[in-house]
Ligand binder design. Structure first.
Ligand SMILES: C[S@@+](CC[C@H](N)C(=O)[O-])C[C@H]1O[C@@H](n2cnc3c(N)ncnc32)[C@H](O)[C@@H]1O
Length: 407
């Protein structure tokens, strides 16, 4: 027969471990059913003082030994357990468990108002799950209808779709709200914007769906740019409503992001942060647009943050997107089947991080500008950077006319 190794001091010599002091009566070793005790006589498993099992330990017999039922180590709000089967009786009723329940007597736990309270709390997760399932269902049906009823575009889709946004500006937010909620995009926008700092440029800002998430305390200035004047006008109104105290530090630029972008006077080295969300889908020259954003970004420490949508990881989904893309673009001005990874690669910008969500259709991309590209691009576009005035040498006294006593 195998011998037990020496038991370190401080370890109890026999019997199953004592239940924790706070455990209810039901956990006491007494409640282990008799049947179980006979089939599996208690076996003492020695442990080292720090909870490490002793490596050369062997069970005394070769018969498989079933471990005693585990005592839950942590009690959650909704946890419940089967009460031990009373001797000869039917299975006991399920009793809800809550840390506070230890303070209640058996009678109080069975009281109708207590059971009603527990049931009320249990219905919340079901309600949330039901709502989510309903939302996904509605979105799925909408998607299915738009896919199966995708009309052919007569004469093809024009390359310049900018007028679609001009027409849609006022109802744009209501139209995209549902889809964005289903795709959990609000959270992603919030996380992306949390990275903004210094002088910030947001390209293709649209109606300003990121405005509520700007960490203005970290931003010296914010420039919002869009080629559609009606979209930019909605963004301007939104900023006034959402962050009025910061409005005086926001610039609104109605221009194409394909044209040279001049940063504010005190950011002549370029913007510290350039952001664009859902912009590549609606521009005819996405690679050029990225290179132009690179030229507007500060070479040392500048960051370019994108949240875009396009091709998926999945072929079946790509087929659906391809099939419906022309009609969708013709109506809304956005191509939802673009290969964002390829666009970024072809632009040549340096990728720092890339993540994909929603079957791979949502692209989170962090980039940094390449050295020398800002000056190179500015030269080829004929841009002359404004130089900030040199600071006065220390000790120099600013001149003022002799008659000015108080200036
Ligand atoms: C799909 S909306 C996205 C709006 C917003 N960024 C968002 O996350 O909801 C695309 C926007 O990009 C703008 N846009 C497209 N091409 C552009 C360009 N070359 N320069 C500036 N804005 C452009 C459109 O006018 C439109 O407002």
């Amino acid at each position: 027969m195998a011998k037990f190794p020496k038991v370190p001091k401080g370890i109890p010599k026999k019997g199953p471990p004592k239940p924790p002091a706070f455990a209810p009566k039901k956990f006491a070793p007494k409640s282990v059913p008799k049947k179980f005790e006979q089939a599996n006589p208690p076996v003492f498993i020695p442990k080292a003082t720090h909870g490490q099992p002793i490596s050369d330990f062997r069970f005394p017999s070769k018969e498989p030994v079933q471990a005693p039922p585990a005592i839950p180590s942590r009690l959650s709000l909704d946890s419940e357990f089967d009460a031990p089967v009373p001797r000869g009786g039917a299975k006991a009723k399920k009793i809800p468990m809550h840390p506070r329940d230890f303070l209640l007597s058996e009678e109080e736990k069975q009281a109708p108002h207590h059971i009603a309270k527990v049931n009320k709390w249990r219905s919340w997760p079901l309600f949330v799950m039901g709502l989510t399932a309903f939302g996904i269902g509605v979105y799925g049906v909408q998607l299915y209808i738009s896919i199966t009823e995708a009309p052919e575009v007569e004469g093809g889709v024009p390359e310049d779709l900018s007028d679609r946004f001009d027409k849609e500006a006022d109802g744009y937010d209501e139209k995209v709200n549902m889809a964005e909620t289903m795709l959990f995009l609000k959270g992603k926008r919030k996380l992306l914007l949390a990275k903004a700092k210094g002088h910030v440029l947001e390209s293709a800002v649209g109606t300003g769906r990121n405005i509520p998430y700007y960490p203005t305390k970290k931003c010296e200035t914010v420039t919002l740019l869009d080629q559609s004047a009606p979209m930019l006008a909605v963004a301007k109104r939104k900023w006034k409503d959402e962050q009025p105290e910061y409005f005086h530090r926001v610039f609104f630029k109605n221009q194409s992001a394909l044209d040279p972008i001049t940063p504010p006077y005190d950011a002549q080295d370029g913007y510290d942060t350039v952001i664009q969300t859902m912009g590549l889908c609606s521009t005819a020259e996405p690679e050029k647009l990225l290179q132009n954003l690179e030229a507007a970004t500060k070479e040392d420490g500048g960051q370019i943050l994108l949240l875009e949508h396009g091709k998926s990881h999945w072929e079946w989904l790509n087929k659906l997107l391809d099939k419906t893309a022309p009609a969708h673009a013709n109506e809304h001005g956005c191509w939802w089947n673009k290969d964002i990874g390829k666009i970024v690669q072809d632009s040549g910008l340096e990728v720092v991080a890339m993540r994909r969500y929603n079957f791979g259709t949502t692209w989170w991309i962090e980039m940094k500008p390449r050295k020398g590209m800002r000056t190179k691009q500015a030269k080829s576009a004929g841009v002359v950077f404004q130089q900030a005035p040199l600071p006065l040498p220390s000790g120099a006294v600013a001149q003022k006319p002799w008659w000015n006593f108080w200036g």
